[in-house]
Every structure is written in C-alpha cells, then in structure tokens.
Design a protein around this ligand. Structure first.
Ligand SMILES: Nc1nc2c(c(=O)[nH]1)N[C@H]1C(S)=C(S)[C@@H](COP(=O)(O)O)O[C@H]1N2
Ligand SMILES: [Mo]
Length: 413
C-alpha cells in the first residue's frame, strides 16, 4: 500500500505557488452576472438595508449581495468572529467597472512596467515567483466607504454595513524590488497602477490609482499573488494585486497588469475627482458646508467591533460573559481596546489576542457581568500612534472613513 506523507505547510505552499505560475489555477467563468439565486435575506440595520444573500459568485461562499455587475458583495458580519483572518471565499468584493475578465491564463499573464524607467519589464508569474524575494504580511483591506450605510444624513454610494473590510495574509513581492529592477529615473514623482478591468463604454476612465514614488518604494507595498496561502479569487484580483498596508483599499489595485512610473503628478479621474475627503479632523464636515479643502483619501484610521454578540441579543444576566471582538489600528498597531458599559464614563481594558503585525486585525476579549435589562456596550481602540476612535460619527459627502466608537445594546434576562 502506498503511504501518503502529509504535506508540510512549506510543501503545500510550494505546490500552490507552482500552480499559480503554471496558470493551472487560472479562473474561467462564463460571466460574472449569471443569475444570482437568492438563498436568503438579511436586514442591515439602516433604512433600505434589505439584502439578498447569494453564493452564486465564483470561488465565493455566502455573501451579502449589494450589486451584481460590477460585483459588490459584503461579508456577513459573524464571519469576523470565526478567526482573525477572513476566509477568501467570504472576503468582500468591490469593483467600479463592469468589464472584468472572466478568464485569465496565468501562464500568459504579464505584469508590465514602463514610463520613467531605465528599462521596461514584462514579468510573468514565474518571474515574480523566482526572480524576487518573497514577502508575507497580514493586512486589513478596508473599502473607504465601509459602513457608509450608517451615514446620517444619507450619502450616495455603496450602502455597506460594516462588512466592507477583511484581513488576510498576503504573499508576493515588494513593489520596490520590481521598481528597482526597472530602474526608476531621477525626478520621478508617482507610480500609477492599473488592472485588467475596463468600462463598458469607451468614455469611462480606466480605474487607475497612484502612489507617491517614495511610498511605492517604501518596502511595505506589495504586489501579491496569494491571499491566505491560496491564489487570489478572481473577484479579489487574480492573479496579482497591490497591497498598500495601512491605506484604504481604493489603492489596492486588483488584476494588476500595468505599473507606470510618472515624471509628473497623476491627474487622472480616480486620483483628482474620486475618493476625496475633507482635509479636516476625522475627515468631517457639516452637510451643505462649502469651501472645504479636499484631499485624496489615504491612511486607515483605527476601528474596533464586537463580534460575539449582535444588537438586541438576549444574554444571561448576572453571570460572567466573555465578549469578543476585533480591532485594527489603521496605519499603526493596536495599543489598546477598551469597553464601556456605562455610556462611556468608565472604560475597562480588553485582553488582546496574538499580534499578527501592526496592519492586521487583532482579536480581543473581555469578561463582563451583564446586569438585568438593557445594557449599551461600547468599544474603542487606540492605536500605537495614540489615535483613538471618536465618540461622534464623522460626516462627509463621500461617506468615507467612518470610525466612530461602535455601540450595541444587549438585554440581560
Ligand atoms: N482593478 C481594480 N482594482 C480595484 C478596484 C477596481 O474597481 N478595479 N476597486 C478598489 C476598491 S475601491 C476596493 S474597496 C478594493 C476591494 O477589494 P476586494 O474586492 O478584494 O475586497 O479593490 C480596489 N481595487
Ligand atoms: Mo472601495
């Protein structure tokens, strides 16, 4: 009888990576917009929050459906209670443009580098796997508009609840190493990233985002070809995507196929017209206020959530209860997470879970003794730079950067 030796993690990873390079794991789907049969419904806690649940998208499990084409899929919040890393098949999905390849041959795929460089590159997946050092980093991917559905007054845009975020272990190569191989010309100012998706009509500007050249070369920005040890799901950017740790994921260009070094600032639509936030504390302004200076969105701000309970849940009163959740520091690590049961007068420190690095989710837990009747639980995180979540929700017309202290009511019985 043949004995199968269990694969070690390292071997398993090598096999997966070889598979990516060979294109053997390339996705082929007839369409993104095949009928999505609702398998259930969910009511998100704001006006107009009725949603279908769907598992009709390739490589995806049950997701909250916001839109079919281009896909907008939210992670069901209880997923965040199950582990510090968000599974690939439950990771949220967001695209702007509707022409997204449904078929990518990993063997034929090339990542092109051009512009203000000494030599153009055309890198295959095998090149990425074999010619550059491999790096791995845990980082939160959060949409700028995560939680937009809670904005009051309401604003236009994807009406996310809190599931437009996720945490994964990303594997790939440093953008710096790629740029160094191409040789960035002196005086270059920006690096522009573009994916394989396009608009349905030619007038639609291609989705392109840029980083300042120093940011692009800081050694933290990664061109990732794996997510949680597996090839990226097609809808999350197979075969390569940009990881910009600590920055909103509008910069995390998916199906990344083109890197262009620019000798002047990028004035394309997606940099100068879209994703602008008020240049004010908490990116906040008054509805209707005019003359507010606007700047491109950039760094994540800290957030924390209770994951083990839901709003209005009944719990046993006057008995110890362990409450769990997740937090992230944004562009810095989590210094502490505190919980209040008295409307914010006093705050008790939660115990922090394993540290997977400063850009990762951090799990936390705390023991409480809930009283009889309703209790409002509040949770707030402070990051290692001393930035703390605000008590008042911010507001801006884009519905960006919400990070108010979250609260939830539980009922002791
Ligand atoms: N090519 C491409 N990359 C993209 C986008 C896009 O529309 N096209 N959207 C960005 C935005 S706004 C978000 S929130 C993230 C979503 O990443 P995810 O779908 O893997 O969760 O992808 C980013 N990268
Ligand atoms: Mo986004």
């Amino acid at each position: 009888m043949i004995q199968h030796r269990p694969e070690t993690m390292g071997e398993r990873r090598r096999l997966i990576l070889r598979g990516i390079a060979a294109g053997g794991l390339a996705g082929t789907f007839t369409s993104w917009s095949r009928p999505t049969w609702a398998e259930g419904h969910i009511d998100l806690p704001f006006e107009g929050g009725q949603r279908d649940l769907t598992d009709a998208f390739p490589q995806k499990g049950e997701m909250i459906l916001l839109r079919t084409r281009p896909p907008l899929l939210e992670t069901c919040f209880p997923v965040f209670d199950r582990g510090v890393f968000t599974p690939n098949d439950q990771f949220y999905v967001r695209w702007h443009l509707a022409n997204i390849p449904t078929q990518i041959d990993g063997a034929a795929f090339r990542l092109n580098v051009h512009g203000a460089v000494n030599r153009n590159l055309s890198l295959s997946l095998t090149d990425l796997l074999t010619k550059f050092p491999r790096v791995e980093l845990a980082a939160v991917n959060q949409c700028s508009g995560n939680s937009r559905g809670f904005f009051a007054p309401r604003v236009a845009g994807a009406q996310w609840a809190n599931g437009g975020m996720g945490n994964a272990l990303w594997t790939g190569v440093r953008l710096r190493d790629i740029l160094d191989r191409a040789g960035v010309k002196a005086g270059s100012v920006a690096v522009r990233l573009r994916g394989l998706d396009t608009g349905v009509i030619p007038a639609t500007p291609d989705f392109m985002k840029s980083l300042h050249v120093d940011h692009a070369r800081d050694g933290e920005v990664i061109v990732a070809y794996a997510m949680n040890g597996q090839p990226l799901p097609m809808v999350n950017g197979f075969p390569t995507r940009l990881i910009v740790p600590g920055w909103y994921s509008t910069y995390w260009v998916k199906m990344l196929s083109d890197i262009e070094v620019l000798a002047q600032p990028d004035d394309n639509f997606w940099m100068t017209k879209a994703y602008l936030v008020p240049d004010t504390p908490h990116a906040s302004m008054e509805p209707g206020q005019t003359g507010v200076p606007m700047v491109p969105i950039s760094r994540l701000v800290p957030r924390s959530f209770i994951t083990s309970l839901s709003d209005d849940q009944h719990i046993p009163a006057e008995r110890p209860l362990t409450v769990r959740g997740i937090a992230f520091g944004g562009d810095a690590g989590v210094r502490d997470v505190r919980v209040s049961t008295d409307g914010g007068s006093t705050w008790s420190p939660a115990r922090l879970g394993h540290d997977h690095g400063k850009y990762s989710f951090r799990q936390w837990e705390i023991r409480l003794n809930p009283k009889r009747g309703p209790t409002v639980l509040q949770v707030k995180a402070t990051n290692t730079s001393g930035v703390v979540q605000p008590a008042m929700a911010n507001w801006n017309p884009g519905g960006f950067m919400r990070n108010v202290i979250e609260s939830m009511t539980v009922v002791g019985a």
